[in-house]
Design a protein around this ligand. Structure first.
Ligand code: 5AD
Length: 348
């Protein structure tokens, strides 16, 4: 495993020398082509509910935001969206929602997952199912795994416990998040995590530590995006200093992540695509190999604004953009993280 010292990572992130930027991108591209290929895999994102028990200071879906209309799709709506995705060539979907940790809700999701598995498998390889539902209990994660989900995304948001504390209310704990990540790993999920970049009070040292955290936790999947203030959240009014260019820093973070972890899956996040017209292309160039097109029904999308001006590109447009950036849209393939299989073999 390659490792960089924290100081070196900070230097790479901070440097104002454009040659450093180009060097990182070239190296990331080389590592990606040597270890992977030009394939870009799709995860159809179904944001089936914006009801959330949590009150994160940065997120538009936070419990106390009364300005959005709360919705929760019906069982059959979710299943239909998943099957439409399957028929259109997606091999994977991601079910994402605000956090609801009641057993009733988890039973609901487990049933949806099991039904999607059964229906899609009756027509071939079946859909790969990723979940992104926040912090649940070990038993609940196990139940969802048993139902057929096999990947889980749970961002740590920042690996600095003090910063974590500043952006979350007191009842949400950093350690609890770590325990969830550990539980997911033990159960057997492919585990994805990630951070926001450019948070108020976040330093380059914090970001360097984030990369080391991902390596240390031996993660399979990574999602990093710029922090984009949402006007109806407490953090939007935060005056504390932040790093000057969240977009460029995110690109460098992606490139460094690809160099340090050549065999993980890494997403070109929606946030990255939302703050810059070339977000997708630059993300791919920096080593991202996953894109998550939004399949949430049109009428619900405006109520799933995690941050201001969240953008949405159609599946076809994304495919064209990927080709234009000289990568290859990989339909009909699961595209699991090779890192996951390697670590499974090592521990077999
Ligand atoms: N800016 C950028 N990303 C955000 N998320 C939530 N709020 C914001 C924001 N204001 C991200 C978090 C969360 C994921 C689902 O969305 O990292 O884990």
């Amino acid at each position: 495993m390659i490792s960089f010292s924290k100081d070196l990572i900070v230097d790479y992130l901070k440097s104002e020398d454009s040659e450093v930027h180009d060097f990182l991108l070239e190296k990331a591209e080389r590592y990606r082509l040597e270890n992977r290929d030009k394939a870009v895999y799709f995860r159809g994102l179904i944001e089936y509910s914006n009801i959330c028990s949590q009150n994160c200071y940065y997120c538009g879906l936070r419990r106390d935001n009364r300005l959005i209309k709360r919705y929760h799709l019906e069982r059959d709506e979710i299943i239909n969206l998943a099957m439409q995705a399957y028929n259109a060539g997606y091999q994977s979907i991601c079910l994402q929602a605000g956090q609801i940790s009641s057993n009733k809700e988890v039973d609901f999701v487990a049933d949806v997952v099991a039904t999607i598995k059964k229906l899609s498998e009756s027509k071939g390889q079946g859909l790969g199912i990723t979940l992104s539902l926040g912090e649940l209990s070990y038993r609940q994660y196990q139940q969802l795994w048993d139902a057929g989900a096999h990947r889980y995304l749970l961002r740590i948001e920042t690996s600095n416990p003090l910063l974590f504390k500043k952006i979350h209310p007191p009842d949400q704990s950093f350690n609890q998040r770590l325990e969830c990540l550990q539980a997911l790993r033990e159960i057997g999920y492919q585990v994805g995590t990630g951070v926001m970049i450019g948070l108020p009070g976040q330093s380059y040292e914090d970001l360097a530590q984030d990369l080391q955290f991902f390596q240390e936790k031996d993660i399979d999947m990574l999602g990093m995006g710029p922090y984009i203030p949402h006007p109806d959240t407490p953090l939007a009014g935060e005056q504390e200093e932040f790093i000057p260019d969240a977009f460029a820093t995110t690109i460098r973070m992606l490139a460094l992540a690809r160099i340090l972890m050549p065999d993980i899956n890494m997403v070109a996040s929606t946030a990255l695509q939302s703050i810059h017209p070339d977000g997708l292309k630059m993300g791919l160039k920096a080593g991202a190999n996953i894109v998550m097109p939004i399949l949430t029904p049109e009428e619900n999308r405006r109520d799933y604004m995690l941050y201001a001006n969240k953008k949405h590109s159609a599946f076809e447009t994304l495919q064209q953009d990927i080709k234009a950036a000289s990568y290859e849209p990989a339909l009909w393939q699961w595209g699991d993280s090779p890192h996951y299989f390697k670590r499974k073999e090592e521990h077999a």
